[in-house]
Design a protein around this ligand. Structure first.
Ligand SMILES: [Zn+2]
Length: 336
């Protein structure tokens, strides 16, 4: 990966690549709203600083330094991102792992780099960094990011070179969404971009929700077809569909549960006003109407099968095995 793998931000990428080639020391602060790609740019910039063959597109991607960087095994890059246990990074961590380290020479690369997300730094930690930011060693670079510069001390801002991220064009946003969701329909790509406020992270989130809707639709098709299907249909065709959504196993499970819930409601209250899958209402109503043998008791046992599937995946069971076991149990309950 190099700068060209990051979409948009053309001027900033040119600038960062040039700074990396120049190998000057210093402190940079990438700023812009959450979801604008600051961290990706910070990572690419750090990688370019590590790479002895960095060019106008940043790191070469193939040299040992690039490999170490990609494997998170270089001692010359320190990342300070969101802590797992507390709201903010502890000041002792900043003192020991950043301030103290920043006085040491890099071990393999020509530059030692610290990437620090200031969104997780309290005032005390920011103060602890002041001296290091002001006079870094000639082979040390600080790459800071912030989505809210109001929370950054003025004394910090005055010591860093601020690089404000540009807004993204609609074309760039569409490209980003397509890259992440290659199968998403054109219309949904456009709507995700339109509602994103020009923030790529938001566009991706919206596209993910939309792709969730399409998983639900596919699941509903399988479920309505289940009673009339054969054992082979289940093991071959239905399993294949689920495998295609493997990375979204939670959406698979919740979609089946929502379907079962809708079917139970329509059995108990025919024509009931609000169901989970309004978009597929006709198909589900038909499913209930033509399959009089399906009772809420049977649907309840199908729910148990979905819960077993979720539990199996939690303990890292093989996806295909867990999915086929679930589908076969559901088939057993719903078949004619
Ligand atoms: Zn390289």
């Amino acid at each position: 990966m190099a700068f060209s793998a990051v979409k948009g931000q053309t001027q900033i990428k040119i600038r960062l690549a040039a700074e990396a080639q120049r190998r000057g020391s210093g402190a940079y602060m990438l700023t812009g709203p959450e979801g604008t790609g600051k961290r990706m740019l910070a990572e690419e910039f750090a990688k370019a600083l590590m790479c002895p063959d960095a060019g106008s597109d940043g790191a070469c991607g193939v040299c040992p330094n690039c490999k170490y960087f990609d494997n998170f095994t270089t001692p010359d890059v320190t990342r300070v991102y969101e802590p797992s246990d507390t709201k903010n990074v502890k000041v002792d961590f900043i003192k020991d792992r950043v301030v103290a380290e920043s006085y040491l020479k890099p071990q393999f690369a020509r530059t030692k780099t610290f990437i620090i997300d200031f969104d997780y730094l309290g005032e005390e930690s920011q103060n602890a960094l002041l001296k290091s930011l002001e006079e870094p060693r000639k082979d040390v670079v600080f790459i800071l990011t912030s989505s809210n510069t109001d929370a950054v001390l003025d004394t910090v801002m005055s010591r860093v070179t601020e690089i404000k991220l540009d807004t993204y064009s609609e074309d760039e946003l569409e490209e980003i969404v397509r890259l992440n969701f290659p199968d998403l329909e054109e219309e949904k790509v456009k709507s995700a971009v339109y509602n994103s406020g020009r923030i790529p992270g938001k566009a991706i989130e919206l596209a993910r929700e939309d792709s969730g809707v399409s998983i639900r639709h596919e699941i509903n098709k399988i479920m309505t077809a289940m009673p009339g299907s054969s054992y082979i249909d289940v093991l071959e065709d239905f399993c294949e569909v689920l495998t295609g959504f493997k990375d979204d196993s939670k959406i698979i499970a919740s979609s089946i549960l929502l379907f079962l819930d809708d079917a139970a409601r329509l059995i108990n209250y025919p024509g009931c006003r609000r169901i989970n899958n309004e978009l597929d209402r006709e198909a589900i109503e038909n499913f209930v109407a033509v399959n009089k043998h399906i009772t809420t008791l049977k649907l309840g046992r199908c729910t148990d099968a979905v819960k077993a599937f979720t539990r199996a995946l939690e303990v890292n069971a093989n996806f295909d095995a867990a999915a086929s076991a679930m589908l076969l149990r559901i088939h057993e309950e719903l078949k004619k």
